[in-house]
Design a protein around this ligand. Structure first.
Ligand code: NAD
Ligand code: ZN
Length: 368
């Protein structure tokens, strides 16, 4: 299949996303074709990327001076110390703003590399090569970068758009099924907040997508990217519309934080559980109709996505979950702001709910 090219046009940067297969042999040409010039680059690579791929990348970039930095991706390692390590290499090797930082990895590697790129001399060239389904459909687009702290997830960060994104489907072949499901969670989110036809496509083809069957996986990735592109182009800095991308995330971030960002619950899995909670809350508040609520819930069950919150939490965890929800950066008062769903494709933002009301609801969800 010919690579698909999407152009992102934000106020601060215009850049392309190239989606295709076997692109790593050709990175140099893709970079040149997109008019990005540099002599020196630091490639931050996720430790789980195969040696074969690393050799392909090195070979393709052989005319440039390359430094490689390996990074062990985990939510715990998504911290400011690891950003410092990258900055230190850039300083030590005398990088200028005309040089380039390249991230090869999932959302964690991309988020910390992008943050380092935004800080170094107030910004050097940045190319993102996402290697997980989640990063190809979501985190590599739109310029949010950042790190976690003990107070919560992604609480320190910046908006910094890349100069180019290269999404090679080949990477997904080595991705564990659990990580594919995580990416599918964000694809499902995009359909729910923006496009009922896309949801129907997912509902018919989820198994083929999760098994990475062509052309279903390509369509799922490109449609998902288009939805995110349309949103971030209209509202790059999350003044309003972009908040819809946080559907399920206020709950998800609190779930992840409550489990100490451990491997017990990955981000994408937390998002699926968070969306389930948000849908249930939407139903309870008479926003979402029963038929659509059941349609989505059946989709989650039939596609074998994580769906049982009680596998992860007990009622005793309620206090902890609530405290993280209150620390979420989208909240400006004691009330908790949520993104809910009216219909598939029609989200509602800026709905504020009382802490008590929400706590009672969550208690029931955890004990039902
Ligand atoms: P990740 O980067 O941790 O990758 C998941 C796992 O897959 C890791 O163990 C990694 O080493 C491994 N891996 C990566 N590529 C692989 C490959 N090709 N083959 C085999 N293994 C591979 O996680 P993720 O799910 O990609 O990203 C989650 C992160 O993204 C979260 O921290 C989340 O907050 C962030 N995120 C950011 C945005 C944004 O807009 N910036 C949006 C959504 C999510
Ligand atoms: Zn997410």
């Amino acid at each position: 299949m010919k690579p698909i090219k999407l152009k992102i046009n934000t106020k601060t940067q215009k850049y392309s996303i190239i989606i295709g297969s076997n692109l790593m042999f050709n990175i140099s040409k893709i970079i040149r074709d997109n008019s990005i010039n540099f002599k020196k680059c630091l490639v931050v690579i996720d430790k789980n990327i195969s040696n074969k791929t690393i050799s392909q990348i090195k070979k393709s970039l052989n005319r440039k001076k390359i430094y490689i930095h390996f990074f062990k991706a985990s939510e715990i390692n998504k911290n400011i110390n690891n950003v410092n390590k990258i900055l230190d290499i850039l300083l030590n090797k005398n990088f200028s703003r005309e040089d380039c930082l390249i991230s090869v990895g999932g959302g964690i590697t991309g988020d910390i590399s992008g943050f380092a790129a935004s800080l170094f001399k107030r910004g050097l060239k940045f190319i993102n090569i996402p290697t997980t389904l989640l990063s190809q459909v979501d985190s590599s687009i739109g310029g949010k970068t950042g790190v976690n702290t003990k107070y919560g997830k992604n609480l320190i960060g910046s908006f910094y758009q890349p100069n180019l994104v290269i999404s090679d489907i080949q990477f997904l072949k080595t991705l564990p099924n659990r990580e594919v499901i995580c990416g599918y969670g964000e694809i499902l989110k995009h359909s729910l907040i923006a496009n009922k036809n896309f949801f129907n496509f997912l509902n018919r083809n989820s198994k083929k997508i999760i098994n990475l069957k062509s052309p279903f996986i390509e369509k799922a990735i490109s449609e998902s990217c288009k939805i995110k592109k349309n949103i971030v182009e209209k509202d790059e800095k999350e003044k309003n519309l972009r908040k819809i991308l946080n559907f399920g995330h206020t709950f998800a971030h609190a779930y992840e934080a409550s489990l100490g960002y451990s491997k017990k619950l990955n981000h994408g899995e937390a998002v699926i559980l968070g969306m389930k909670t948000a849908l249930s809350f939407s139903l309870k508040n008479n926003l979402l109709k029963k038929d659509e609520y059941f349609l989505i819930n059946n989709h989650v069950t039939n596609s074998k996505l994580p769906s049982n919150i009680k596998k992860f939490f007990k009622t005793q965890d309620l206090k902890k979950i609530m405290s993280f929800m209150l620390k979420d950066k989208k909240n400006y008062s004691d009330k908790i702001s949520l993104v809910l769903l009216k219909k598939i494709g029609s989200p509602i933002i800026n709905k504020e709910y009382d802490k008590k009301n929400l706590s009672l609801f969550l208690k029931k969800e955890l004990s039902n």
